[in-house]
Design a protein around this ligand. Sequence first.
Ligand code: ADP
Length: 163
Amino acid sequence: MTKIAVFPGSFDPITIGHVDLVKRSLPLFDKVVVAIGVNNQKNYLFNLEERLQWLHEVFQEEPKVEVGHFTGLTAHYAQQIGARYLLRGLRNSSDFDYEKTISQLNNIVGEGLETIFLISQPAYSHISSTIVREIIKGSGDASPFLPEQVKVGGAVERGESRV
Ligand code: ADP
């Protein structure tokens, strides 16, 4: 049976921490679907099209990676595309506390859906999309935290909250 994992997130924007996690997960799965969960209540810095475009560009050389997006529950999306696994990263104990409950819920809602956690590499454990957004909003240089395909130059002028 094909082992498919969904790596769900906002990817607002995708960072080198996310990329490292996906690359390390590839030996475990036949296919990894990096999927943007769209929450209409949430304000994003980058719009969906932009975030999807970056995912496509970043993973274009990885035949096992697909890119997607969904509204509604992650567990339902996983079921729709035949994925039995979710992939998540753990950077610290706050991630653990949050992810533990979500993974238990997803296991029930997703009828046996398993979340596979990879501990962040030390070199990436300080990187988060939240911090990157703060740097961008403060007109700082976020490029050390971003894959080379992600150019965020225009974000500051565009303002901080776009869907
Ligand atoms: P969310 O909006 O659900 O918080 P994110 O896009 O911030 O989603 O992150 C998606 C996943 O990527 C989460 O499991 C998070 O722990 C993981 N992640 C984010 N940054 C890193 C990093 N630097 N190293 C490892 N995992 C990370």
